[in-house]
Ligand binder design. Structure first.
Ligand code: ACO
Length: 705
């Protein structure tokens, strides 16, 4: 096993070979050579084909063996049946990176052949990209080793895409949108190199300002989470993921499992990592284009300048949706905008210049916002009026956008109207001026900028660690495993809860009424009593439950009544005794769960608990490698959070204890991978300072991996 090749040589190879290079202009092997040559790649190029000859002025080598020089990158474009042999040739020659264009592997079930290539590559420290890809473009080396478009506009956005066809389409779309690329990499089947490997390079690459990823499925999610967390601190990472509607793929073995539709988990974890997830490709492209050029704002005070009340209200709604903070110091707003607003307009935010505003009024208001230190960003809105012609409108927007760019303050425009306005948008967008027809699109761009800024400023990567007794947990796991079970019995689960430090009601099993009284005295009144019998499932139906027993006499009576009832209900039932437990006051019921997610590894869930949990679906997810602050955010995120703050004169609940429980479960599933699912439902939350208590716990056991 050799050390894996440095990822840098994938983007900055000093020499490139193309296996399957062809003189046939209709073939991918020709197109690759053509794109490399015409793209201006300055390194050495070695087309390879057993037939030999010449292509585009380059000698075709009959075999890689003939090439004596070191080869950093070898693109494979030979048919699937010849691919392994080609990889072998590369390994023999010590090639560093091998993008495999060829299709016909795991994507059609031919998994073994793909694995064979990966094994061989790993033995030689060689990295494979793909297979089933369209190639790689790297602006830094002017390398277009793709069979996609010939002319790729250089810039600062790097794209990593799992879909080849979509990737090629994205090259076209970015060209139309005037978005320059620093790199585009097709990852295809991700047999070896995946997003995390590529992020390693792209985050450090100075030319790359934004990273856009199109993801269909996540394989090594735990590693991706760690890489993304770091990446998003350095530069905006935008993700588009397909498969939003895919739900219930995870076996509904528990609430946590059935609630954790893979998309919800993906979404939550992307937010946790500070990644900006676009609803659509269009939104993602808008963000990329805006973020690539937008200056970093000093603060969050945003002002809307408009000539129409309606569009101003729309922008206000959109601001709330995308988390934009509208500056609302009425006195200062009046001071800033009073001199440039007509008497019948408004200096409140949105600042309404009214329908009669022309270029002069806009220029004055936008300049006032630019000049004032209290204002950090501006939204310029315009509804078509007769006051502007297309040229002056475009000129006004262009000059203000330029002034803001120079001063380092973000501005984004939304202009609405007919043909004239539309053509104005088209022209300005070609020049990369941030202008949109739809208000929400404009505001969403500013929202993305602020979300990125907030994450970078507030993120803490200190993973909260609770004190848990791992060996005690393992004992419970071993006990269940020894009995051939994949779940824990209540007794085992209780031990586990003790090991992780989460309280459950006190209980004891009594085999006669004297024992029952002793147990009740110890636990403290009032108590609950329940029949213990492997043959009676519905204890209440059997008359096997007694609640709210306040003293010794009531315990004695209840013990006898339960035994008689149970015997009468099922004469042949094995009666093992009576369970006595603390009678609890049930207040706010929550649920805390944790599991080993198929894609992301250890994850945690928190939500409103009780019997309606699956109906309400008021839950929040995170990767279990979370900070205490992130656990606090989870609690705040659910819709029912006000219940924990105390409603209708109730006291505030013990939110700290809830956060503590989340951290305990997160620590558990991180350290004990054999716990595949754990769920505390309900977790009763008492008033502040009084703690929490898990009334029920379910634990599933899986593989340790
Ligand atoms: N070493 C070097 N050259 C070789 C070797 C070898 N071991 N074996 C064959 N060749 C040559 C062939 O002689 C041929 O050259 P020629 O034109 O001089 O005869 C060339 O390699 C290509 O071989 P062909 O048999 O002609 O195969 P073809 O070019 O038709 O297809 C390809 C090869 C493109 C790799 C095909 O098998 C394939 O996988 N196509 C799908 C690619 C794809 O879509 N990838 C996903 C992209 S993403 C998206 O969806 C857009």
């Amino acid at each position: 096993m050799n050390r894996p090749a440095d990822i840098r040589y994938l983007f900055e190879p000093r020499s490139v070979a193309v296996l399957g290079a062809s003189t046939d202009r209709g073939k991918i092997g020709y197109r690759l050579v053509e794109n490399i040559v015409n793209g201006g790649y300055a390194g050495k190029l070695f087309p390879v084909n057993p037939k030999g000859g010449e292509v585009l002025g380059h000698r075709i080598w009959r075999s890689l063996d003939e090439v004596s020089e070191e080869i950093d990158l070898a693109v494979i474009a030979v048919p699937a049946k010849a691919a392994y042999q080609a990889v072998e040739q590369c390994a023999k020659r010590g090639v560093k990176h091998v993008p495999i264009i060829t299709s016909g592997f795991s994507e059609i079930g031919n998994t073994e052949e793909e694995r064979r290539m990966v094994r061989l590559a790993r033995e030689h420290g060689m990295r494979l990209l793909g297979p089933n890809i369209f190639g790689i473009f790297s602006a830094r080396s002017s390398l277009n080793a793709t069979f996609g478009p010939a002319d790729i506009h250089h810039g600062s956005v790097a794209i990593v895409t799992q879909s080849g066809a979509l990737g090629i389409a994205m090259i076209g779309k970015t060209a139309v949108e005037n978005i320059g690329l620093s790199a585009i990499v097709s990852v295809g089947n991700k047999s070896d190199i995946d997003e995390s490997d590529l992020l390693g390079y792209l985050v450090a690459d100075e030319q790359t300002r934004i990273i856009l990823m199109y993801i269909e499925g996540v394989q090594n999610g735990e590693r991706l989470v760690a890489t993304l967390k770091q990446a998003a601190l350095k530069k905006p990472v935008v993700v588009v993921k397909s498969g939003r509607s895919q739900r219930g793929a995870i076996a509904a073995a528990s609430h946590t499992g059935s609630l954790a539709g893979s998309d919800e988990v993906f979404d939550a974890i992307m937010r946790q990592c500070g990644v900006l997830r676009g609803e659509s490709l269009e939104e993602a492209f808008n963000w990329c284009k805006f973020l690539a050029a937008a200056p970093a704002p000093e603060g969050e005070n945003t002002v809307i300048v408009t000539n129409g009340g309606g569009i101003g209200v729309l922008a206000t709604d959109a601001s709330e949706k995308y988390g934009i903070k509208l500056y609302d110091d009425a006195r200062l707003l009046k001071e800033i905008f009073g001199p440039v607003t007509p008497d019948f307009g408004s200096t409140k935010n949105p600042v309404d210049l009214t329908g009669q505003a022309g270029p002069q009024q806009y220029n004055a208001a936008l300049a006032a916002a630019l000049a004032n230190d209290h204002i950090d960003a501006t939204l310029g809105l315009y509804c078509e009026t007769a006051v502007f012609d297309a040229q002056t409108l475009a000129g006004m927007i262009r000059s203000n956008a330029e002034a803001y760019r120079k001063a380092g303050k973000p501005i984004v425009f939304s202009i609405l109207g007919g043909e004239m306005t539309e053509s104005c948008i088209g022209d300005l967008r070609k020049e990369s001026v941030p202008v949109f027809g739809e208000v929400y699109q404009a505001v969403s761009c500013l929202g993305a900028l602020y979300r990125h800024r907030r994450h970078a400023a507030e993120y803490s990567d200190a993973v909260a660690e609770a004190e848990i007794d791992v060996s005690l947990v393992e004992k419970s796991v071993a006990s269940a495993r020894a009995a051939g079970r994949t779940f824990m019995l209540p007794r085992e689960a209780r031990h586990l809860m003790k090991a992780i430090g989460v309280a459950m009601p006190q209980n004891a099993v009594a085999h006669n009424f004297e024992e029952a009284v002793r147990a009740a005295d110890k636990i403290g009144y009032p108590v609950v009593m329940k029949i213990v019998s492997p043959d009676i499932i519905h204890k209440s139906d059997a008359g096997g439950v007694a609640l709210d027993l306040e003293n010794k006499d009531e315990v004695i009576d209840a013990y006898q009544a339960i035994m008689v009832n149970a015997r009468r209900y099922k004469p042949d039932a094995r009666l093992e005794g009576v369970e006595i437990s603390q009678m609890l006051v049930r207040t706010t019921e929550t649920i805390v769960g944790a599991r080993q997610d198929k894609s992301f590894g250890p994850t945690v869930m928190f939500g409103l608990g009780g019997i309606y949990v699956e109906v309400m679906k008021d839950v929040a997810f995170r990767a279990a490698s979370l900070s205490r602050k992130e656990a606090q955010l989870m609690v705040k995120e659910i819709r029912s959070y006000p219940l924990l703050l105390g409603v209708r004169g109730e006291k505030r609940k013990d939110i700290d204890a809830v956060v503590d429980t989340i951290v305990r479960l997160a620590t558990l599933v991180r350290h004990c991978r054999s716990i595949s699912d754990i769920e505390l439902n309900p977790l009763i939350v008492y008033d502040s300072g009084q703690g929490v208590m898990a009334l029920d716990v379910r634990v599933l056991i899986g593989d340790a991996q």
